[in-house]
Design a protein around this ligand. Sequence first.
Ligand SMILES: Nc1ncnc2c1ncn2[C@@H]1O[C@H](COP(=O)(O)OP(=O)(O)OP(=O)(O)O)[C@@H](O)[C@H]1O
Ligand SMILES: [Mg+2]
Length: 250
Amino acid sequence: MPTPVAEFVDVTKTYPSTWRPGRGVQALRGVSFAVEPGEVFALLGPNRAGKTTLLKILLGLCRPSGGRAFRMGCPVSERSTLARVGYMHENQGFPRYLTAASLLKFAGTLASIQPAVLRPRVPALLEMVGLSDRAREPIAHYSKGMVQRLALAHALLAEPDLLVLDEPAEGLDWAARGLLREIIAAHRRAGKTVLVVSHALAELTPACDRLAVLVEGRLAYCGPLAAILRDPDTGRQRSLEAALAPICRP
Ligand SMILES: Nc1ncnc2c1ncn2[C@@H]1O[C@H](COP(=O)(O)OP(=O)(O)OP(=O)(O)O)[C@@H](O)[C@H]1O
Ligand SMILES: [Mg+2]
């Protein structure tokens, strides 16, 4: 059995609550599943289900209150494997005085990408996400979709083995969503792994192999996309929205 790229074992997370002292917010309640190498895995669920929290735990940005989490077979506290991960956060907080080109150059240097490799890669990525003509303008001047496109380029910069995308389609126009699907498909073809959180079900999830559904911090489903799309009563195909409705009902 290959080592999972991401693994969660009975993970819980309770955030301290400032408005209800003594009673925290239970974001995750005993979540266990694994993401295998080479698969495109979608993490779905209603708002506040705990999806972003789980991604943050995987990336070591937030500590679980209980349970264990592994990245590429190592405990998430082991920093070395982060170099193989590309992360597109749900809210982009890039320094707004930087230009797209200077941001990528800086991030690439931080990631120890050789200058000879980085020099052509930055314009190539900016071209791919359609920002070449505005690459030398401060991020402060960018529209929402432009910042999202830049975030995608930023996540791809170090050619990661694991691409973690938190609502990547948010704010993207139809052309950029098509590009996103192509990028995800190219990662799969290259044998790399994608873990994506998305509410754009009809657009992104057809590209997925398996999915997990979180509801109020609990794992409500984990399995192949094809299985959830088959209605257990009639055996007929159904939409993902129809399949998720009974699972996500509070
Ligand atoms: N830093 C924090 N402090 C306190 N509570 C938090 C914090 N971060 C998240 N939470 C709470 O944890 C729960 C899960 O939040 P999370 O961001 O993981 O949800 P989500 O599934 O990503 O939702 P969405 O689809 O809206 O992005 C929510 O109730 C949220 O208010
Ligand atoms: Mg979220």
